[in-house]
Design a protein. Structure first.
Length: 78
């Protein structure tokens, strides 16, 4: 039976590649950025310190069940 035994050089290269991949993933993650020029209605993110994208902020939607309950019950008379 043959066993595969990697050399120290191959192990070192594998660890360096794994570390470089991990660092690339950390730096490539989008991070929130404040944009004073656009104002509070915009949300911006920066990826890898190079690419910045901005989009209008989305307002939270009110579930339909909450709005229908308010309309379904008439106010009490008294």
């Amino acid at each position: 039976m043959m066993t595969f035994r990697p050399s120290l050089k191959a192990l070192a290269i594998a660890f360096v590649l794994a570390g470089a991949t991990g660092a690339a993933v950390l730096f490539a993650r989008p991070q929130a950025v404040d944009s004073a020029v656009l104002g509070a209605d915009w949300e911006c993110s920066q990826t890898a310190f190079v690419l910045t994208t901005c989009a209008p902020r989305v307002q939270r939607a009110i579930p339909a069940i909450e709005t229908s309950r308010k309309d379904a019950t008439p106010p009490p008379r008294g």
